[in-house]
Design a protein around this ligand. Structure first.
Ligand code: SF4
Length: 407
């Protein structure tokens, strides 16, 4: 499975980089990383882009990235932002703790590292909270030219196909080997471009379902493709180089799940069956009043500063047991609303609207949505974070995508 022939490694690097130079997408953080003379700013820009790109498509990220860099062009500017501002800009990107952690880490760089970014993957990972192995490798290679590899979902797919790695690609043992491979493979003179090229290949050519092998710049190095075309595994040229390929190989597909010819190269990578997301239910109530000029206004309240969706605003909500009767649901929701409003709420006044389903990273959340139109004035508890907003203000607030669906 390893890249044991130096001439092949050189050829692969050359082919991949030539393709990248021809076909790479123009992305704002790439331009900045290539042209910005200030090293800290280069590192900061790549860091922001990498955090935004985790779990989010490039096309969505571009606009968020541009707005972020306009608002906070430097680490120093970000360090002075409030969490509220960060959440507001982040709203809609999902996985909100990413923005919060980025801002906390920026504060640390400014207060403890004199405003300077660490320059190696090891130091970045060690000194910056929330920066894992992947992000550290990306910043160090792209911004500072360190010859260090990266492994993300795209790289896992490409390497597993290039080298017919069919063992569970989410297992720590396989991931460790892929890191070794990425580190060995990375181009010594253009590490940042090489890493981006490998990821870009996975994002645009070696895609999960129908890879475009015919257009692939590294197809002649691809064992999965060879296996598909010639119907048998590549011969092991020198067993001494690859002792593990004899018998129980930790990187081969398990004997119980051999090559499936109908899948072709998409036999790789393989993953152990995913855990089902946890199902959760919550009741939520859209309280509505007439504001100035008769415009409707809605009550939003702030979530605690830790845990899921920390610090975001939402309609008053509370988790429900899975098998609660509807009548009981109304009662617990009415009690909950009373705590926010400081006055009794009649359960039968709550109007059931429907259900909204939203998938968070590992949670399958159902919101049972009620509404309650209010006539008189309501005194809100000043000690609890809550406010009335118009529809426009609601959309400009730090609210989750799920709450936008609820509205
Ligand atoms: Fe992926 Fe096909 Fe290229 Fe192999 S030849 S790396 S499977 S796109």
């Amino acid at each position: 499975h390893h890249f044991s022939d130096p001439a092949e490694v050189e050829a692969l690097r050359g082919n991949l980089l030539a393709w990248y130079d021809r076909c790479k997408r123009d992305l704002p953080w790439r331009t900045l990383a290539a042209t910005e003379p200030d090293a800290d700013r280069r590192g900061y820009a790549v860091w922001v882009s990498e955090v935004m790109l985790q779990q989010t498509q490039v096309a969505t990220v571009i606009d968020y990235y541009n707005r972020w860099m306009q608002k906070w062009p430097t680490l120093q500017a970000l360090a002075q932002a409030s969490l509220e501002e960060v959440n507001e800009l982040w709203a809609g990107l999902g996985y909100y703790s990413r923005g919060k952690r980025l801002q906390e880490a920026a504060r640390k760089v400014v207060s403890e590292l004199d405003g300077h970014m660490p320059r190696t993957a090891e130091a970045l990972q060690k000194l910056l909270p929330g920066v894992g192995r992947y992000t550290a490798g990306a910043i160090a290679s792209i911004s500072y030219g360190q010859a260090t590899g990266v492994v993300d979902g795209n790289v896992i797919r490409v390497l597993c196909r290039l080298r017919c790695i069919g063992a569970d690609s989410s297992s720590p043992a396989v991931i460790d080997r892929l890191w070794d491979m990425a580190n060995a493979l990375v181009d010594r003179s253009r590490p940042g471009d090489f890493n981006q090229a490998l990821m870009e290949l996975g994002a645009t050519v070696c895609v999960p379902k129908a890879p475009l092998c015919g257009e692939c710049p590294v197809k002649q190095h691809c064992r999965a493709r060879r296996r598909k075309l010639f119907g048998k595994p590549a011969p092991v040229p020198d067993v001494e180089d690859c002792g593990e390929c004899v018998g129980d190989c930790p990187l081969c597909p398990p004997a119980t799940e051999p090559w499936d010819s109908s899948l072709g190269v998409t036999n790789f990578p393989r993953k152990a069956a995913k855990k089902q997301p946890r199902a959760m239910r919550a009741a939520t109530c859209v309280l509505e009043r007439r504001g100035c000029g008769g415009k409707p206004e809605y009550l939003i309240v702030q979530r605690p500063s830790s845990g899921l969706l920390a610090g975001l605003w939402e309609f008053p909500s509370l988790p429900l047991a899975q098998d609660l009767q509807e009548e009981k649901e109304r009662e617990v929701l009415a009690d909950h609303l009373q705590a926010w409003m400081g006055q009794p709420v009649a359960a039968k006044g709550l109007q059931f609207i429907g259900e909204v389903i939203h998938i968070f990273s590992h949670i399958h959340q159902t919101y049972v949505v009620y509404s309650l139109p209010l006539d008189g004035d309501v005194t809100l508890d000043p000690a609890s974070p809550s406010r009335w907003v118009t529809e426009e203000e609601f959309h400009a607030s730090a609210v989750s995508t799920a709450m936008k669906k609820v509205l």
